[in-house]
Write a protein that binds this ligand. Structure first.
Ligand code: IFM
Length: 482
């Protein structure tokens, strides 16, 4: 599979059609679905540890069993094939492949991914592998985790091992998934593993994660065939204000810096933004950045993955600001270490079960911004989707019209961005299956396929059938329900 920029115009026949060659997929991640955490030589990750701390995950849920995908992967791949999925984005569990994060390779762990990849290819589904979707080996966390520079080097070793085994069959690789969450939720406000709450550690972790991306990119390229592709997936923010007030614009600048440019500038331009360094000067002098790091971090990549769910609305944190007074509750646990003077406000629109406002224009705006800021960089939407409290009816069917409407609106935003010249080459719905939604446990269902966590039955929801039809025809129906 290739994510090179598609020739334009490539919209075949109808304004609702997607380009020929557009990649249609669905995504999951290892800790959220695999279970079998103590099988086949896997050692604990930071999420195994964190989820056992009372109060950290709703309902005391853990990934111990999850969806038993480790044992049920054949059934799951058959399901993907029955939906006509073009590509499947999954993550490899580092503690399965290099238990403890360093040292001997665990062949049993590699064998699992080997079988999964073969099964996917036999079913006609392209494998898209992510190396790190948050499950750091606990042993590395005990040595400092992402605040320890050596973790980036361990990551590169692991990347080389994975690529050496799977690179003959997996042609699209992603180094990290949403390093913003790893750094700022994991080390900044502590709502994710490892649960640390230190601004300076969050920024240190951020830099070492980017270094891991750079070193990992080099390691992948050293093992992969020359036509394999390496990407990075970011959950960039579509930052908005409600007014044109310069104070609100200043709040937006700060958060755009801490959410977006703190990634895009080092990765694509080999520098950290001067305003972000200034905004964070009270937290750190950034002396953890060593000579040569930014050259590593800015190694060329083949595509940028974008995960988008909802926009980020900010205002100046001024008690006289009408937007702040009107809302009154925003900004409670901001993960940013340097967001002083910023309030977070709820966006307009209906909400998903996560409480996240539904706003597909945010995705369009983000894609257009990337079209303009990163000319020529192929983009993929590597995650987009919604949690809703859906249940089977008396016939065992799951009707989820809200999710269909959400997907329709966001796919339409992607289509509009493509029509306006943005090189978006694929879309992966989050998620294929209901799964372990981190601090929310199993209570939030993002799947287009329902999973009954009692008996592990998979039940395709209406949205799965709807998405199957979109993938089959390569076009969006006029209305979400048709
Ligand atoms: O479930 C997560 C996923 O692991 C990373 N991106 C966001 C999803 C929904 O919260």
């Amino acid at each position: 599979m290739s994510v090179e920029a598609l020739p334009s115009p490539v919209l075949a026949g109808s304004p609702a059609a997607f380009p020929a060659g557009f990649v249609w997929g669905a995504a999951t991640a290892a800790y959220q679905i695999e279970g079998a955490v103590a099988e086949g030589g896997r050692t604990p990750s930071i999420w195994d540890t964190f989820s056992r701390i009372p109060g950290k995950v709703d309902n005391g849920d853990t990934g111990d069993t999850a969806l038993e995908h480790y044992h049920r992967y054949r059934e799951d791949v058959a399901l993907m094939a029955s939906l006509g999925l073009g590509a499947y984005r999954f993550s490899l569990a580092w503690p399965r492949i290099v238990p403890g994060g360093r040292g001997p390779v665990n062949e049993i762990g590699l064998d699992f991914y080997d079988r999964l990849v073969d099964e996917l290819l036999a079913a006609g589904v392209d494998p898209v592998a992510t190396l790190y979707h948050w499950d750091l080996p606990q042993q590395l966390e005990d040595e400092g985790g992402w605040t320890n520079r050596a973790t980036a080097e361990r990551f590169a070793e692991y990347a080389a091992v994975a690529a050496a085994r799977l690179g003959d069959r997996v042609s699209l690789w992603t180094t990290l998934n949403e390093p913003w969450c790893s750094a700022f939720l994991g080390y900044g406000n502590g709502i994710h593993a490892p649960g640390r709450t230190s601004p300076v550690e969050a920024l240190t972790a951020h830099h070492h994660l980017l270094l891991a991306h750079g070193l990992g990119t080099a390691a992948l390229r050293s093992e992969l065939p020359s036509d394999a592709q390496v990407a990075l997936t970011l959950n960039l923010a579509a930052v908005r204000t409600l007014t044109d007030d310069p104070a609100d614009a200043e709040a937006a600048r700060r958060i755009d810096g801490l959410a977006n440019r703190i990634f895009l500038d080092p990765v694509f331009h080999g520098r950290y933004p001067a305003d972000v360094l200034a905004d964070t000067a009270h937290v750190t002098d950034w002396s953890f950045v060593r000579d040569g790091d930014l050259a590593e971090i800015s190694r060329p990549i083949d595509a940028l993955g974008i995960n988008y769910y909802t926009p980020t609305v900010v205002a100046a944190d001024d008690p006289d600001n009408p937007a702040v007074r009107q809302d009154g509750h925003a900004g409670d646990i901001s993960p940013w270490p340097a967001d002083r003077g910023v309030r977070f406000l709820p966006a307009e629109g209906g909400r998903t079960a996560m409480g996240w406002p539904v706003d597909a224009d945010g995705l369009y705006e983000l894609l257009i911004r990337l079209r303009d800021d990163l000319p020529g960089v192929p983009l993929m939407v590597t995650e987009n989707g919604a949690a809703y409290d859906d249940h089977p009816d008396e016939n065992g069917e799951v009707h989820d019209p809200e999710r269909i409407a959400y997907l329709h609106g966001h796919l339409d935003a992607v289509r509009r961005a493509i029509a306006d010249g943005t090189p978006v080459n694929g879309y992966f719905v989050w998620s294929l299956l209901d799964n372990f939604e981190w601090a929310f446990g199993y209570g939030k269902r993002f799947g287009i396929v329902r999973v009954d966590f009692e008996d592990q039955r998979r039940i395709p929801k209406d949205s799965a059938r709807w998405y199957a039809e979109v993938m089959r025809t390569g076009r969006l129906p006029e209305e979400a329900g048709h």
